[in-house]
Design a binder for this molecule. Structure first.
Ligand code: PAF
Length: 281
């Protein structure tokens, strides 16, 4: 496995592989890799000849009061895990090479507001601008044939699919199902911020989503009432919910019909830790 920090070296190596007729799979990450990330890598491996993983904690997607500085950085153990999976190349760029003028002064990419302004976009100002910008940069440097993202960040996955469509990237986007602990908690780097007591409560988020899903399938309640009921349940368990939203699973538009293809999305805080999850109906 090679580890490179230079954009030019990554581009040159990948282009050499492509000239040799190999298909390139790409998994962008912010490091602190857990089983969820490793499944993305395995999916890339199954669909391509060479796998590239980037590890970069992107300052542009964090708000001023978010956890950019404290975000867990565990490069050594990440590299060990990727070596075990026989990844071909790890791209670990510096802030200076990604944002030569600093991220605040950088040009940026904004994906259509229909997808980006609600839900996470409403609670994390400019978050998707940061994600779309760094993913565009990474796509330009790596030029993969396939890129793999987790469904855990459901809105992010749709934003990336839209970006690829709107900017004509010849890249196939694969969405991989969320990996959960035995008690239902979705794997996330932020789970390690939870105290023992909060960790015991955290799986209730998935329980509430599952119960809401059952109620939608029974079709005997208005969707807005179901959202309100789910918010109340989360509060009773000790969460401070940002939202529970039942949306069209393709467009994220408000769902007016329980027979549409739906997704339930939720974000809720336990103390300082913000958890997100979703469940398709
Ligand atoms: O999902 C993530 O880890 C990040 O948002 C991504 C896609 C690597 C961009 O920084």
């Amino acid at each position: 496995m090679q580890t490179l920090t230079s954009n030019w070296e990554v581009s040159a190596l990948v282009r050499q592989w492509q000239r040799d007729g190999e298909r390139i799979g790409f998994v962008p990450t912010m490091g602190n890799l857990h089983e969820g990330h490793l499944r993305l890598v395995k999916a890339a491996r199954q669909n391509t000849d060479r796998v590239v993983v980037s590890i970069y904690v992107n300052p542009m997607q964090f708000g001023p009061r978010e956890d950019f500085t404290n975000y867990p950085r565990t490069l050594e153990s990440d590299l060990q895990k990727l070596t075990n999976l026989k990844v071909d190349l790890v791209f670990h760029p510096s802030d200076e090479s990604m944002y030569p003028e600093g991220s605040a002064k950088s040009s940026y990419v904004e994906v259509s507001t229909q997808l980006t302004e609600g839900l996470e976009g409403a609670h994390r100002q400019h978050h998707f601008r940061g994600v779309a910008t760094v993913v565009t940069k990474l796509f330009n440097i790596v030029s993969p044939d396939v890129a793999v993202f987790g469904e855990k960040d459901y809105q992010q996955l749709l934003v990336i699919q839209q970006l690829v469509k709107d900017l004509n990237y010849p890249i196939e986007i694969i969405g991989e199902p969320t990996i959960r602990e035995g008690d239902g908690l979705a794997l996330s780097s932020r789970n390690q911020y939870l105290s023992k007591q909060q960790r015991a409560i955290a799986p209730k988020l998935y329980d509430v989503l599952s119960e809401t899903r059952e109620r939608i399938l029974m079709q005997n309640m208005d969707l807005t009432d179901l959202e309100q009921a789910a918010i109340m349940q989360l509060e009773q368990h000790g969460f401070a919910p940002d939202y529970v939203a039942i949306r069209n699973a393709v467009t994220l538009a408000e769902a007016d019909n329980p027979t549409d293809l739906l997704v339930i999305l939720a974000a809720a805080r336990l103390g300082q830790t913000r958890l997100i999850d979703n469940l398709r109906v």
